[in-house]
Design a protein. Structure first.
Ligand code: PRX
Length: 659
């Protein structure tokens, strides 16, 4: 409820000293002590090498970092297998009976506990199946799946045979899926008939079928039966998982690959309309994800039950559901559905039932729970929780305090972790038991990571000032490039400041030198923790036959962080009439959902006869964002609303005068 935002206890805390010292419990038990920072800073490469040695290497590395800016190679002469590190070595050490995944399907009662030994067996069968289908090391495999165990198995099976996976979020449309399959030149797609979300079975194979009409090079689509819905079948191309995978031997001899062998591609939005295929390699990435997971979440593999609420289709799912936690051999909860399926207290029931100890989620989810009311979590025993994490977008202090009080019982530390698809793993974060925490601050770079806040000339800003976030030294989990486009990689991340990685985020150092992330400084939007580019959405909108021009901005939104607002001119504005506008707007929104995903649908489409532009023809986005943010324009604002026209006209007139 809205009152929750003004929860008196939370308000009071917000005005108290805003720093929380590490709790005695954590100080006593933490995996690392305060000396970790000095140890890492004294020799970051040696420190990372020591962390890397916690993995199982077939050929131990002798070289740590080769850095020919902006191209890094970590542990390059070592060889290892990511899947063996996540599975075989735990089983070999006698931990095969330990539960790897408590999987919870969306329909009530649909659940499965999978041990490490079982996960290994399933992965071996899938690896054998992929090889039988002709997949070889280096081939790319697209994965488009719901949150089911087979998604994890598919990823690990690809890793096992050295075939980089490209997981595409199940919410993407057929068109977006086709673009990503084509860019990576994947020949095999692993999918499911559908999945359960929001209380119903959604279709996935139907999207793959449509996508594959645009991807003639794809030879095979391997389909898991999840929902039992009717699907079309293309003989010779489509094969059932239960026919092909289940028939395979449960043993697969894994080969070791060089540390720099590509592990996966993950597409993410940049400032242009074309998504970037960020690719990660094996040894450095596994080192980074397992080390951060162990230290940031203070993992005790014997007793912890971790739950990262992200979808496997995003980097958080890759690093903190699959590779980090499984490399560390922990037990996890994996949940298929939406937070309100089966009641708005679904999450709290799951935490109570599985005695989850560590919850890692996004501020958008927390703000949604705030709206739903504190009585829902209060109705369940959440005392098993000992640590909370946040990721994906800046967390506002109110949400942070609510999370601490109503989910963490005022006792769990909160780690606000800043990182990106590109960074592979957590970069800026408190360490529980070591650093203090402040509501809304990501605090300090992780040991072995060097970050700075700089001004426009690349000079560090003093404490108490804001600027641009940069990373000043290569790190093990860093992206190795943009798939097929090394120039774009160098240009996007390394050209703004010589020798510094430009993250695209604004940040501030407070008076203590602690870091606060302020959101993107480029044309990337963050909607409910989903990253979308203005150009990508504009490109989709102008693909609508009635549209002449579009300008998209991210306006701040209480729940989703940012929301998409589109200013649109139609091909023939004289034809606009009140009733038709509503229809056109609905059809533009539907068009964006088709071209990209429902997550990219603008919250508002504002029809306007013109867009404010500079003399050189550049759309004045900042002014449009002011329009979008400062005025309550209602849900459907059209040309017939004179205030908008006036507002935009006014902006244009003001600009003309400036000129
Ligand atoms: O703007 C930052 C925001 O999310 C962007 C990265 O998005 P993506 O590659 O999709 O990865 C999301 C999950 C790691 C960043 O450039 N972001 C992520 N975490 C935080 C954040 N902003 C503020 N605070 C965070 N903790």
């Amino acid at each position: 409820m809205a009152e929750e935002r003004h929860d008196e206890a939370v308000e009071a805390l917000l005005h108290e000293d805003r720093s929380f010292a590490p709790s005695d419990t954590f100080v006593a038990q933490a995996n690392v002590g305060p000396d970790v920072y000095a140890a890492a800073a004294a020799d970051p490469e040696a420190w990372w090498a020591e962390q890397a040695r916690a993995l199982e290497w077939d050929t131990p590395f002798t070289s740590v970092l080769e850095w020919e800016a902006p191209f890094a190679r970590w542990f390059a002469d070592g060889t290892l297998n990511a899947s063996v590190n996540c599975l075989d070595r735990h089983v070999a050490a006698g931990r095969g009976d330990k539960v790897a995944l408590h999987w919870v399907g969306e329909p009530e009662g649909d659940r499965l506990d999978i041990t490490y030994a079982e996960l290994l067996e399933r992965t071996c069968r899938a690896a054998n199946a992929l090889e039988a289908l002709g997949v070889e090391a280096g081939d790319r495999v697209a994965i488009y799946m719901p949150m089911i165990p087979e998604a994890v198995v598919a990823m690990l099976a690809c890793a096992r045979i050295g075939a980089p996976h490209s997981v595409i979020f199940g919410g993407f449309s057929a068109e977006a899926l086709a673009d990503r399959i084509t860019d990576a030149d994947a020949r095999v797609v692993i999918t499911a008939d559908g999945g359960f979300r929001r209380g119903a079975a959604s279709g996935l194979k139907v999207e793959v079928d449509a996508a594959l009409e645009l991807c003639p090079a794809v030879t095979t689509s391997l389909v898991v039966r999840r929902t039992g819905q009717e699907v079309e079948w293309v003989e010779g191309r489509d094969v059932w998982w239960h026919d092909v995978v289940d028939a395979q031997a449960p043993i697969h001899e894994a080969k070791a690959f060089p540390a720099e062998h590509p592990l996966y591609i993950m597409y993410t939005s940049g400032t242009t309309a074309k998504p970037k295929g960020i690719f990660h390699t094996t040894g450095g990435y596994l080192t980074h994800t397992s080390t951060t997971h162990r230290m940031v979440f203070d993992i005790k593999p014997e007793s912890d039950v971790c739950w990262t609420s992200a979808d496997i289709g995003w980097v958080t799912g890759h690093s903190y559901i699959v590779y980090g936690p499984l490399a560390n051999g922990v037990t996890q909860v994996m949940y298929e559905g939406t937070p309100d399926a089966g009641g708005k207290d679904r999450w709290w029931r799951i935490i109570d039932e599985y005695k989850v100890t560590i919850l890692y989620t996004a501020p958008t989810a927390i703000r949604t729970f705030m709206k739903w009311g504190a009585e829902l979590p209060a109705g369940h025993d959440l005392s098993s929780l000992r640590l909370l994490g946040s990721v994906g977008e800046p967390i506002n202090p109110e949400a942070w305090m609510w999370y601490r009080k109503h989910i963490g019982g005022d006792r769990c530390p909160i780690v606000d972790t800043w990182w990106q698809t590109e960074t592979g793993g957590i970069m800026i974060t408190p360490l529980p038991g070591v650093t203090a925490t402040k509501p809304g601050a990501a605090m300090v770079p992780f040991p072995g990571i060097s970050a700075e806040v700089v001004d426009n000339d690349g000079a560090p800003v003093p404490d108490g000032h804001g600027g641009l976030l940069v990373i000043t030294r290569p790190w093990p989990g860093m992206l190795r490039g943009i798939w097929g486009d090394p120039e774009r990689y160098a240009e996007t991340y390394w050209s703004k400041f010589d020798g510094l990685y430009f993250a695209g985020d604004g940040a501030k150092k407070d008076d203590d030198g602690d870091l606060w992330l302020l959101g993107r400084v480029d044309d990337v939007m963050n909607v409910s923790g989903h990253r979308l580019s203005t150009a990508e959405v504009e490109h989709a909108i102008v693909g609508h036959p009635a549209v002449a021009e579009a300008a998209v901005v991210g306006a701040s939104d209480d729940t989703t962080g940012q929301a998409i607002v589109a200013f649109v001119t139609l091909t023939s504005s004289s034809e606009l009439h009140g009733e038709d506008d509503t229809e056109i707007i609905a059809s533009i929104r539907a068009h964006v959902a088709d071209a990209i995903s429902p997550i990219a649908k603008p919250r508002q489409v504002i029809l306007t006869p013109d867009l404010p532009k500079t003399r050189s023809g550049k759309i004045m986005r900042r002014l449009l964002r002011d329009v979008a943010e400062n005025r309550d324009l209602g849900d459907v604002t059209t040309l017939t609303d004179p205030t908008v026209v006036k507002m935009i006209d006014g902006l244009m007139a003001a600009h003309a005068e400036d000129d």
